[in-house]
Design a protein around this ligand. Structure first.
Ligand SMILES: [Zn+2]
Length: 299
């Protein structure tokens, strides 16, 4: 991952990494294993981020480690099936939006993981290519899709190989991991065609669940998660860097088996996971759901 030219400036001024104008203040020290990370929160857009940032070499080692993401396809499917909707349902939702917004059929899946989104995009008529730095995930991706992703990081060198070539670039559960999200947005701008679509899914920092959990927010998990986006922070990051906002929505998913176990223990009475999911959908209708799905168009 490349060194980031915009990061030192933010350190001096305590500027928000996303909206830039906002001033950040220390929110909490997060302990992960033996490491301690400072989490800062913007007083303006209410997003959060890890500061100081870990070294790029540390993150590259994390994601390319053979021990990282070592689930087999079957193991990953079993875990996925415990959620409603599953990742296949999430993919159908996002790819359906992409079909409606995109003006062409060239689709790049960044941080493609097990390849669920790529598979659905292919079925919906996109010509899909993908990149994924982790070898284990790449092997599962190949099982699912019948071709391999490029095993590398999404950086400037990658973007400049094929500038202006993509109609859609998808980053699902990726931007919260990126060392320099501003560089990532600039690279998206390079790789997209004019009027191309950046389709983004990130955990929603500011969801109802996030607010209830407070400093125990389950998505605040450095060093994997470094960026914690509010709706406004995510929007300003893109709109200030050459994109316009097309669609913003939140989506929720529930750990289905956990809810069913709770139901058997009568902790949630007659409520099953379907009723729990329906309750969480209510929070989506007021944009307070767990995951932000946003679609930005290159201007
Ligand atoms: Zn901010």
């Amino acid at each position: 991952m490349k060194a980031a030219s915009s990061l030192p400036e933010m350190l001096v001024a305590d500027k928000c990494l996303f909206c830039v104008r906002g001033i950040a203040a220390l929110w909490q020290d997060k302990l992960t294993g033996s490491a301690k990370y400072q989490i800062w929160r913007c007083q303006s857009c209410r997003s959060g981020f890890v500061w100081p940032r870990p070294h790029g070499s540390q993150l590259a080692a994390l994601y390319t480690n053979p021990a990282y993401g070592s689930l087999t396809r079957r193991e990953a499917d079993l875990i996925d099936a415990t959620y409603y909707p599953t990742s296949w349902g999430d993919a159908e939702t996002m790819i359906d939006r992409c079909v409606k917004l995109a003006e062409g059929r060239c689709f790049l899946d960044v941080g493609a993981g097990n390849g669920t989104f790529s598979r659905v995009a292919t079925k919906r008529g996109f010509r899909v290519s993908a990149i994924e730095p982790n070898g284990n995930a790449s092997a599962v991706f190949r099982e699912v899709n019948g071709f391999s992703p490029q095993q590398r990081l999404f950086d400037r060198a990658f973007a400049e190989q094929t500038p202006g070539s993509c109609d859609v670039v998808l980053l699902s559960q990726v931007l919260e991991h990126m060392l320099n999200p501003l560089d990532t947005v600039k690279n998206l701008h390079v790789v997209l065609r004019p009027r191309g679509i950046a389709a983004i899914a990130v955990p929603h920092f500011g969801s109802l669940l996030s607010r209830l959990q407070g400093t125990n927010d389950m998505f605040v998990s450095p060093p994997e998660h470094l960026n914690f986006f509010s709706r406004r922070g995510l929007s300003e990051l893109f709109v200030n860097n050459g994109f316009s906002l097309r669609v913003f929505e939140t989506v929720s998913k529930v750990p289905r088996q956990r809810i069913e176990r709770m139901a058997r223990l009568r902790l949630v009475g007659a409520l099953g996971w379907r009723a729990t999911y329906a309750a969480m959908r209510l929070s989506d209708w007021c944009s307070a759901g767990m995951v932000l799905n946003a679609y930005f168009q290159k201007t």
